[in-house]
Design a protein around this ligand. Structure first.
Ligand code: ADP
Length: 479
């Protein structure tokens, strides 16, 4: 079975969020678990070149047509953990820019990337049995196979999967892109198939054209079929519900292991948590909070957006800070949230440290050194941070939505089960009540706290399990 994963990011090459984690870990696990021949294709961003130019090798170069433009395509490759990663190199679109997204011509950049993929796979001698697209950046691949490359015989047996990692980003563009960049007519726009709210909508197109559509948790798969979560695509998703499923993500448990994580100052595991306190003290020192391992420390590592529920946190901050707690925040995003958190950290320097930056090392120190991890997302397709925090014995406090609901088992005081704390209604009141409840247990019932930490740390969040769901899906498609 040959699988090609196409995506805009993958660890360790490039990551801006959960998509990068998934595309980095899933192929490695699938390869190890089942021996499936799985390869990945990514853009060759400037940041990838800076770190990996010595390790990648040139495969070939060619030119492709992007509408009327003739564009250079360099193919590079690197094998990592038994998985071949291909990179599409073009200095203009990827190699000369500091960031991954956020450019006025993102539509053209990812149009080029998708066309390049389909133009090179024959020459790479890797026409896959399953072409697996991820998010809007590659969502048009199923459409292009059927509407642009239908004449290419070697493509006729390709099955397609589209995974929605976040339905918020849909790739909404002018219909002019169809002829101008993709070299196809506008018929499918005019008849409504690829149109949504007056735009050429890439994610909608992918949902309709892919053979299977998945998202990253069973709860989110149900939620996006409702108007409250579907971001306008709920009707389409209900229509194709028979090919829609929710497959929960895993985390890379070898990378995220408190016994071996190089970013930690002391290793620890579920059987012996003494090293966790050492990490806590070191974290407090590093972020400038008073070093006192008795004070409960609440960690936040996140994009600072409405999705992640930070309006609730900001609204309730004065209230929360009346307690004897510390908060360490790491995140970037909405400037309003950034400045709100900075202001609070200036008002209460003893209680809150705001690190407005992207820093993978500090993230690990927060997962390891905190007692609680706050993640009150309004919606959450899967969420990885809560799994990482549980792996490090840091109990998450979450809103029961999407993957948070599927991965965090709320503490049950009657049978002692649980791996964290959760609240059902998205409100500041419930967030505060749940956090205060968790703090009460932390302070007054340390034995129960320790049990919850152990239960969280020994829950299997590995891709060993999660990747098998993808294997089953691929097998079903090819049967
Ligand atoms: P999303 O993909 O919606 O941003 P996830 O929880 O699925 O959320 O994944 C977020 C990933 O990005 C996690 O690995 C988290 O540790 C990481 N991350 C988020 N913000 C930062 C940051 N400021 N610095 C370092 N890592 C971050």
């Amino acid at each position: 079975m040959k699988i090609l994963l196409a995506a805009a990011e993958a660890t360790p090459f490039i990551k801006t969020g959960g998509l990068g984690d998934v595309i980095g870990a899933l192929p490695k696990a699938l390869h190890q678990q089942s021996g499936v021949e799985i390869r990945v294709i990514l853009p060759y961003y400037k940041k990838v070149a800076e770190k990996f130019s010595q390790q990648v090798s040139d495969v070939f170069w060619t030119f492709i047509q992007v509408g009327w433009r003739r564009q250079y395509v360099g193919i590079k490759q690197m094998v990592l953990d038994g998985v071949t990663f291909y990179f599409v190199d073009n200095a203009d679109y990827f190699g000369s820019r500091d960031d991954v997204y956020g450019y006025a011509d993102d539509g053209e950049r990812f149009a080029y990337f998708q066309l390049a993929i389909l133009e090179v796979i024959e020459r790479l001698d890797f026409v896959p049995d399953v072409l697996h697209a991820n998010d809007y950046h590659t969502a048009l691949l199923p459409f292009l196979i059927k509407e642009k490359y239908h004449w290419r015989q070697s493509f006729s047996a390709i099955k397609t999967v589209l995974t929605i990692h976040n339905i918020e980003f849909q790739g909404q563009y002018d219909k002019g892109l169809l002829p101008d960049l993709f070299g196809v007519g506008t018929e499918r726009y005019e008849d409504g198939t690829v149109r949504m709210a007056g735009c050429f909508n890439w994610l909608k197109t992918g949902i309709l054209y892919a053979d299977q559509v998945t998202t990253v948790s069973p709860t989110y798969a149900r939620e996006i079929q409702t108007p409250a979560f579907g971001k306008g695509l709920d009707g389409i998703l209900r229509m194709v519900s028979s090919k829609l499923s929710g497959l929960i993500n895993g985390i890379d448990t070898t990378l995220y292991d408190p016994m071996t994580d190089a970013h930690l100052v002391a290793p620890f595991n579920a059987a012996d948590l003494t090293g966790k306190a050492v990490n806590k003290a070191s974290l407090q020192k590093r972020v400038g909070l008073p070093v006192d391992t008795d004070i409960p420390l609440i960690g936040i590592v996140s994009r600072l957006t409405y999705q992640k529920g930070f309006d609730l946190v900001i609204d309730e901050m004065e209230n929360l800070l009346q307690k004897d707690i510390q908060i360490v925040l790491l995140g970037t995003g909405d400037p309003k949230f950034e400045s709100d958190f900075v202001q609070f950290s200036q008002l209460y320097p003893e209680k809150i440290a705001a690190n407005i930056t992207f820093n993978l090392e500090l993230a690990q120190m927060i997962y390891a050194g905190s007692d609680l991890f706050l993640m009150p997302s309004a919606f959450e397709p899967c969420g990885l941070s809560q799994m990482m925090s549980m792996r490090y014995g840091t109990l998450p406090v979450v809103h029961e939505t999407g993957g948070l609901k599927d991965t965090v088992l709320p503490y049950n005081q009657f049978d002692g089960s649980g791996t964290g704390f959760s609240f059902a209604n998205f409100s500041g009141y419930q967030l505060v009540q749940t956090l205060f409840y968790a703090l009460d247990i932390y302070e007054n019932q340390p034995d129960i706290w320790r049990d919850l930490q152990k239960q969280a740390m020994t829950t299997d969040f590995s891709w060993d399990i999660a990747s098998l769901n993808y294997l089953t899906l691929y097998q079903k498609l090819l049967a």
